[in-house]
Design a protein around this ligand. Structure first.
Ligand code: UD1
Length: 337
């Protein structure tokens, strides 16, 4: 069986991707250090797919262990690399931690990947590399901007490192997926997002408020130059995003990529305001959400939504779920929790 390594495979996007890979018949080996995930996620994955993926608890910062892992798994035909720290605020406080966690580990994985017979690599990038783009929707050829945070910078530097490696190593094949805002959970409510502490992202904060865990949602600013004054984002169902990884990996395995280093935006193409997300939540939960308008959050951009033509036409992938679908699954997951 073709084996895929999924680093960070017990995390939010990683776990949903493992499910989709197994559904397509791939064998999966997960590396996760459990720093921001739980080993219980393995049970969720196994219960959905009927197959238990291989799992190794390993800290990718340990170069020797990474080397030994790859030596023992030479049948790997592709790596999907999710493992990274992702809290924007924390990255501002602890930049070196973020550079070590997100950059050192990427380097170690790429060093070992290069030695494989099929060095196929999918990288978790982010629309954050565009900053506040001048034109909406954002296409892949929009210029990247100086990162607002060390976290964002690790995504930009990560893409640059991959580009440099691909330039000198024609055997290597990489795709960076620039995610817009992933939300939602698996329809079975057996896996979903598990924020530690107070959620920084909008949707888990909404569902926790709906569940009574948080008292009130703060809407960060209603004086943006948008129709209702709140920020616009492109919220994509995590299962759609997971499927994009499988399609991208298949493209590399089948040799259909047009160059050995490609980039795709992964979003729905539709922008929604914070108030529209709240409305969607209220509709699917049949309840009123307690929220108030507060000051803007530093570093927030007004608007970001994807031009999805390249992903639609070249990857043959399209987001299928609506915002309501995603909010319904997020709410079901929250209630199950
Ligand atoms: C954030 C990160 C981004 C990262 C992404 C990962 C920042 C500035 N950006 O994106 O780099 O790739 O998460 O998921 O942190 N909002 C509220 N109240 C809240 C929380 C959020 O009104 O309690 C609003 C925000 O102002 C924003 C929208 O909801 O307009 C989405 O916020 P969030 O979920 O944090 O995502 P981003 O900021 O887009």
């Amino acid at each position: 069986m073709s084996k895929i390594l999924v680093t960070g495979g017990l995390g939010f996007i990683g776990s949903h991707t493992v499910v989709e890979l197994q559904d397509k018949g791939y064998g999966v080996v997960i590396i996760d250090d459990l720093s921001n995930s739980s080993v219980k996620v393995l049970d969720g994955i196994t219960s959905i797919t009927g197959k238990q993926p291989e799992f190794e608890q390993l800290d990718l910062k340990n170069k020797q262990k990474v080397e030994a892992f790859f030596l023992a798994h030479q049948d790997i035909i592709g790596v999907i690399h999710f493992a990274a720290s992702k809290a924007v605020g924390e990255s501002v406080e602890k930049p070196l931690l973020y550079y070590e966690n997100n950059i050192n580990t990427l380097v170690y994985v790429l060093q070992e990947l290069q030695k494989l017979k099929s060095p196929n690599f999918i990288f978790s990038s982010s629309c954050t590399v565009y900053g506040q783009a001048d034109k909406m929707p954002i296409s892949e050829d929009a210029p990247t901007k100086k990162a607002e945070s060390p976290y964002g910078n690790t995504k930009k530097i990560g893409e640059d490192i991959i580009a440099d490696v691909c330039k000198v190593n024609p055997e290597m094949n990489a795709i960076a997926l620039r995610y817009f805002n992933p939300i939602g959970a698996h329809e079975t409510a057996k896996i979903g997002e598990l924020p530690i502490g107070v959620p920084q992202n909008l949707v888990p904060f909404i569902t926790q408020t709906g569940a009574g865990i948080r008292e009130q949602l703060s809407v960060f600013g209603d004086d943006y130059p948008t129709a209702d004054g709140t920020c616009i984002r492109d919220y994509i169902h995590v299962v759609d995003l997971a499927k994009a990884h499988v399609v991208a990996l298949q493209r590399l395995i089948e040799g259909k990529n047009k160059s050995n280093n490609e980039v795709f935006n992964i979003g729905t193409g539709k922008g929604s305001s914070v108030l529209e997300v709240i409305q969607a939540f209220e509709q699917v939960s049949n309840s009123k959400l307690n929220y108030k308008i507060t000051a803007r959050r530093e570093g927030d951009i007004t608007s970001a939504y994807a031009d999805t033509h390249k992903a639609n036409n070249e990857l043959g992938w399209k987001a299928e779920s609506t915002l309501d679908d995603a909010m319904r699954s997020a709410w079901k997951w929250q209630q199950q929790l």
